[in-house]
Design a protein around this ligand. Sequence first.
Ligand code: MG
Length: 166
Amino acid sequence: MHPQVALTLRFQHILYKKMPKLVIFDWKRTLYDPDTKKLIKGAVSLLKLLKAKSIPVVLVGKGKKDMANEVKKLQVGNFLKKIVFVDTEKNVEVYKPFIPLNKKREVFFVGDRVRSELEVGKKLGARTVWLKQGKFANELPQNKFQKPDFTISSLKECLYLFKNFK
Ligand SMILES: [Mg+2]
């Protein structure tokens, strides 16, 4: 891990240490690479850690039955409490059913786009983790809702982040 990144993560931990109640992952370019049709490096280790810590995981992705089939093919279904694929823009309504009203700050959104799932997560009162990697790494926040709580550059760092929660 780059020393600067390690330092940033350590600083982020000081701000927040409580174990998440729920993690909501984006699919494409967060857990899954649509170009190679493989999982993003570190996805399985991260999902295993969350399972070991009994933190429920919900997957909300863009796509149709083809993507649901990819989840099955890549054998990650067992790590997921719920799988939702939408073929419209991601909006508040898609996520609302999963967010407990009194614990919304303990829900974490993990995604690669600050202007998509992470903006919605912030609007719902959740915390957001930006996987700043790949195609949308340079798509920067344009308003306060798009500004993530945590920024990481690999799923390995995401694992490190969740590992340190108590
Ligand atoms: Mg994505």
